[in-house]
Design a protein around this ligand. Structure first.
Ligand SMILES: Cc1cc2nc3c(=O)[nH]c(=O)nc-3n(C[C@H](O)[C@H](O)[C@H](O)COP(=O)(O)O)c2cc1C
Length: 158
C-alpha cells in the first residue's frame, strides 16, 4: 500500500531545504509565481534545472504555455514573500519589487540567487508536472538563505 499524503508530507518535512519562488509569464501579460522547494539542479553539461509544478495550481497553465521559468532563491529576510507566493491566486506581484528577465519571467528583488530557464522537456509526475529547463542566465547576491524544515521557516543557526 502506498503511504498517505499527510504522512509523506510529515516524513519529507525532515528533509531541510531552501525556499524559492518559481515565476513565469502568462499569455495574458500577467506574471505568475508560487513558492517551491521541489527544485533542483540536474545536469551541469548541459546546465539543467528541475521544478515540480502542481497540476492544480492556478499558475500551472501559464507554465504549460510559456515554457519558461525563473527560480528565485529566497533570503532569510524574505519569509513574507514565501508566505505570499504560497497562497493560491490573486495579485501576488502587487507591491513586490521585481524586474523582467531575458526569458520574460520576473526576477524578484533581494533574492540570494536567480536562474532563468527555458523548458526543454516535461514529464508526468503524478499530481505534478516535472519541468526540465536549460539554464540561460544566473546570478547571485550576498546574504543568508531562508530554510524550510518540518513545516516551519528557519534560518542558519536556528
Ligand atoms: C515551503 C513550500 C514549498 C512548496 N513547494 C512546492 C513545489 O515544489 N511545487 C508546487 O507545485 N507547490 C509547492 N508549494 C505549494 C505552492 O506554493 C502553493 O500551492 C501555491 O498556492 C500555488 O500558487 P498558485 O495556485 O497561485 O499557482 C510549496 C509551498 C511551501 C510553503
Amino acid at each position: 500500500m502506498p503511504i498517505e499524503k499527510t504522512e509523506l508530507r510529515r516524513v519529507m518535512g525532515h528533509f531541510a531545504t531552501g525556499v524559492t519562488v518559481v515565476t513565469t509569464c502568462g499569455s495574458n501579460g500577467r506574471y505568475y509565481g508560487f513558492t517551491a522547494n521541489a527544485v533542483s539542479s540536474v545536469s551541469l553539461v548541459p546546465p539543467l534545472m528541475m521544478v515540480c509544478v502542481d497540476k492544480n495550481a492556478e499558475s500551472y497553465p501559464s507554465f504549460e504555455q510559456s515554457r519558461v521559468f525563473t527560480v528565485n532563491i529566497l533570503s532569510a529576510e524574505q519569509e513574507d514573500l514565501s508566505r505570499r507566493f504560497a497562497v493560491s491566486g490573486g495579485e501576488k506581484f502587487e507591491g513586490v519589487s521585481y524586474r523582467v528577465g531575458a526569458n520574460g519571467a520576473p526576477i524578484l528583488g533581494g533574492v540570494l540567487a536567480h536562474l532563468e530557464c527555458r523548458v526543454v522537456s516535461a514529464y508526468d509526475g503524478g499530481d505534478h508536472t516535472i519541468y526540465l529547463g536549460e539554464i540561460q542566465e544566473a546570478e547571485t547576491s550576498e546574504g543568508k538563505p531562508l530554510l524550510f524544515y518540518r513545516g516551519g521557516y528557519r534560518s542558519l543557526g536556528d
